[in-house]
Design a protein around this ligand. Structure first.
Ligand SMILES: [Zn+2]
Length: 565
């Protein structure tokens, strides 16, 4: 785009609550200098390059408020792993594994992603089952979401997991034992960190290629900023590489980095390490403002912290650290001015963070930092209004809201009890309570790149019907009352995300004075068939006033003569 441009005849949804719609925007250099009605545009703009958008919808650039870019590349970067996504029973899992072993008998070890935990139903998978298939080489079966793994005896031995091993965090990160107290081979959550790095170090070249592949995909879908919610291993290597990339102009996206607490010990060194990262690795596009804690697990692995017990096992899950330790961490962050992002799936985990925040306000007068609670799959009624009251942000991943990671209604009720099973992902109640709500992709694999698509998130958050189960023909994932409006979703992907990342003076809305990050669509998100939303690819995406992506073959009226594209 030339230095100064006037975009006219557009349908601009600004995400600015005071003036949500406009038809004209003036861009000077990298910033919007006017957004509003064409009649009131500054007189000098009539000499600017004029682009008539023919009534097309314009949106602010999206912010993905919880992603895992580098982690996804690493999870993908192992040639000893193979995906078996669609197994539906233990027999099928073991059969596919056997077939693979026969085909590749000389691989050093095997890591398989086998899909949902539900595939096992009530059948236990043990190291004895795996030993029957492979005895002399290590085998690791990893469930798709990487919260549970099953190891054969050889893998247990290789990772030095002996019978006297201590759990990292009981109920959350632990080694399963049978009735007689012996290890079964099943391990959960962060106890599997050593095996995720088992394949050795990923090369810089592979890491960079993977990161650029994700960034490129996100940009084509209108995402111009991400918060990376953590790289479980090779964290410093990743930041070093990203910094080098940005310094040489190769990082095309704004990247909010983090320090991740994924073992209890890391809570003790987090602030010191965070400050070190910040001093070494900040650039124009990379900022450190937030520490992340993996505070609980997932419902399917029974590791998410609940208030009322799981219906099937009677357990209540667990947390990475105790509530008292969390309080000390949050107090330290509050003093240091470092924001917190916490993985909290179960209602018990979010309640603990809310209680700590309340205590800080009571005892220290003020919660100065931004606190985000991510995932929030179950929520107690009484905790929903507390987010607004305490100024805490709620983060959801709307492409899950069709229930793709959950089983059937019966399975969910068996796991969580009927009420909770019918009240998962209550983002609309949270939004309507006045809390700041943000949205994100939260993927951990390159193999399902389409799940990173914010337009899939918008469709599923709006319809609560899962695309892979038939989209419009799929059943609504209850409750229907939690369907979000398109406006809710756009705000959660734009201005609300900017607010929590302290970028709201720069991005998040189409507003005079802000960076010209925006996209042009050829579909009207507000009126179109909602079951086609996932197919949207913006015609053009701009970052800092510069067109970074445009769809092949499109021509905007007036655009060609201005050499915009
Ligand atoms: Zn995550």
């Amino acid at each position: 785009m030339k230095e100064n441009t006037i975009i006219r005849n557009a349908r601009i949804y600004t995400s600015n609550e005071e003036a949500p719609w406009a038809d004209t925007a003036v861009i000077e250099g990298d910033k919007f200098t006017y957004v509003g009605n064409e009649n009131n545009a500054p007189a000098e703009a009539k000499d600017f390059c004029s682009v008539d958008l023919g009534g097309r919808l314009v949106l602010p650039g999206f912010i993905d408020s919880h992603t895992h870019m580098a982690l996804s590349v690493m999870m993908d970067g192992d040639e000893n792993s193979f995906p078996i996504w669609d197994c539906r029973s233990k027999t099928e899992i073991l059969r596919k594994l056997t077939e693979y072993m026969k085909k590749h008998p000389f691989r050093l070890y095997y890591v398989a992603f086998f899909g949902q935990v539900e595939a096992l139903a009530d059948e236990k998978l043990t190291k004895a089952d795996l030993d029957q298939i492979v005895k002399y080489r290590p085998v690791v079966l990893l469930e798709k979401e990487c919260h549970t793994a099953w190891l054969n005896s050889k893998a247990m031995k290789m990772l030095k997991i002996r019978e006297d091993v201590k759990d990292m965090a009981p109920g959350y990160s632990y080694y399963e034992r049978d009735a007689s107290g012996n290890l079964t081979g099943k391990i959960t959550e962060m106890t599997m960190l050593p095996l995720l790095g088992m394949s050795g170090r990923i090369s810089d070249k592979k890491l960079k290629t993977g990161i650029l592949k994700i960034a490129d995909y996100l940009l084509t879908r209108g995402v111009t900023t991400v918060y990376d919610a953590g790289c479980y291993f090779e964290e410093e290597k990743t930041y070093k590489l990203l910094t080098e990339m940005d310094r040489s102009g190769e990082l095309p996206i704004r990247y909010e980095a983090t320090y991740i607490i994924n073992t209890p010990e890391k809570a003790d060194i987090a602030v010191k390490e965070f400050k070190r990262y910040k001093s070494l690795y900040e650039t124009d596009n990379i900022k450190f403002k937030t520490i992340k804690i993996m505070f609980d697990g997932t419902h399917r692995a029974h590791t998410a912290k609940l208030v009322e017990p799981y219906h099937d096992t009677g357990g209540t899950g667990g947390t990475m650290v105790s509530e008292e330790r969390l309080y000390r961490l949050m107090s330290e962050l509050n003093r240091e001015g470092i924001d917190l992002h916490a993985h909290t799936v179960g209602e018990g985990a979010s309640k603990m963070v809310l209680d700590c925040a309340e205590r800080i306000i009571r005892e220290q007068g003020e919660l100065k930092i931004h606190v985000t609670l991510a995932h929030l799959e179950t929520q107690r009624d009484e905790d929903i209004p507390r987010f607004r009251e305490l100024g805490i942000t709620a983060n959801f991943t709307p492409h899950w809201h069709g229930g793709n990671d959950y089983g059937t209604a019966e399975q969910n009720a068996e796991l969580l009890g009927t009420w909770r099973a019918e009240h998962l992902f209550r983002a609309k109640s949270m939004m309507d309570s006045g809390a700041n709500v943000t949205f994100s992709s939260d993927e951990v694999t390159l193999q399902l790149l389409d799940r990173w698509n914010p337009f899939l998130g918008i469709e599923t958050g709006h319809t609560r019907r899962e695309l892979t189960k038939g989209g419009r023909n799929a059943a609504v994932f209850p409750p229907l009352s939690e369907c979000l409006t398109i406006e809710d979703l756009i705000k959660g992907y734009t201005v609300n995300g900017a607010r929590v990342l302290r970028l709201d003076d720069q991005i998040g809305s189409v507003e005079a004075g802000k960076s010209a990050d925006f996209m042009v669509l050829n579909e009207d998100l507000f009126t179109m068939d909602p079951y086609r939303i996932h197919d949207i690819v913006p015609e053009a995406v701009f970052v800092r006033g510069k067109c970074v992506k445009y769809r092949e073959g499109i021509s905007f009226p007036g655009a060609v003569s201005c050499r915009v594209f």
